[in-house]
Design a protein. Sequence first.
Length: 106
Amino acid sequence: MARAQFVVFTYAHPGRESDLAQWYTDQHIPDLLRIPGIEAARRFDLEAVKLPPGIAIPTSLTVYDFDGDIPAIQAELAARQGTPEMVWTDALDSSRTIALLAHPKN
């Protein structure tokens, strides 16, 4: 079994920050936690300490704990996106989403 963290920075469309937060809490995180191999999810408030010029701080950071066959978990996540099993929101500016897979160093 492999372990990894799926780290996602998202941006809300202007004025839709509370809608995005509600969707994450009430819809998206519960949807993802139903995927086998996604063990936990944590959301974080962000505070800018240092940003390059012209870069806006993301609205949200969410870290998901993956445990299992990582490619299979990613494939299932992609297959469910935008279906009734993983409802999407128009509050999210998905063109600016940053998603990273972090593997522990040995």
